[in-house]
Design a protein around this ligand. Sequence first.
Ligand SMILES: Nc1ncnc2c1ncn2[C@@H]1O[C@H](COP(=O)(O)OP(=O)(O)O)[C@@H](O)[C@H]1O
Ligand SMILES: [Mg+2]
Length: 264
Amino acid sequence: MELSGITRTYDTGAVHVKALRGIDLTVEAGEFLAIMGPSGSGKSTLMNVLGCLDRPTSGRYLLDGIDVASLARSKLARVRNRTLGFVFQAFHLLPRTTARENVELPLLYREEELSWKEIHRRAARALDQVGLADRMDHTPNELSGGQKQRVAIARALVTEPRILLADEPTGNLDSRTSLEILALLQDLNEEGITILMVTHEPDVAAFTSRTVRLRDGLLRSDRRHDALAARTAISNWVDEDEDDAPHTDPTGPGPAAEAAGVDA
Ligand SMILES: Nc1ncnc2c1ncn2[C@@H]1O[C@H](COP(=O)(O)OP(=O)(O)O)[C@@H](O)[C@H]1O
Ligand SMILES: [Mg+2]
């Protein structure tokens, strides 16, 4: 993805909002990038441009070497459906619709006809990939926040995109659940999917390997760094409630010994 001089101005009557003022950014295949910046700095606008959901006012966007501006609407829709997957903070799942049906949706918008059997098979595989094979027939109100976001990620993966665009995917989740989603994203990135993730939190950006910061529609910094391993963070996780709980038998072997099968 190669952006040069990208601007986006919103014209709402008399007011012109310059949401992006000239962004130069190149993202290579296989990167895991965090996009940070204060509220209103243009993060979502940038994601919409990158995701071909919105066209820039000026500047050039090359995706796989193709100038996105040169593509007709239908061709652009195909690129979007084939190359890109989207994950949002608020999940955007259809209520009263099972996890499997939610994940099948993007396949119904394809121009080539897939058999129902194939559609079911691909949705099941995507749900298995996010660890939800046993929740396929549950509706969103029967799932936790983290499970809902997994369904949304499966829905993004079902078309086998090479790029995943995630706008604050952990914004509605508690810290522990966020780590689990980050571990999943890191796995997908290791399997070769390029990921661009908007986040407010430096703690979340620390699990990516490159952080760019926006301010007032401009790129203010671009830093490559080592990524923390989410799985390691999960295994070191100390549940605060558990930690505060009084030990039932202070002279007993304790939970670690119990887990190891040591008798009292
Ligand atoms: N559809 C829109 N119409 C008019 N102004 C918009 C629209 N979307 C975003 N903006 C404005 O563009 C600026 C950047 O917004 P946004 O990209 O959503 O920022 P962020 O995601 O960093 O909070 C803000 O000033 C916002 O109010
Ligand atoms: Mg936003």
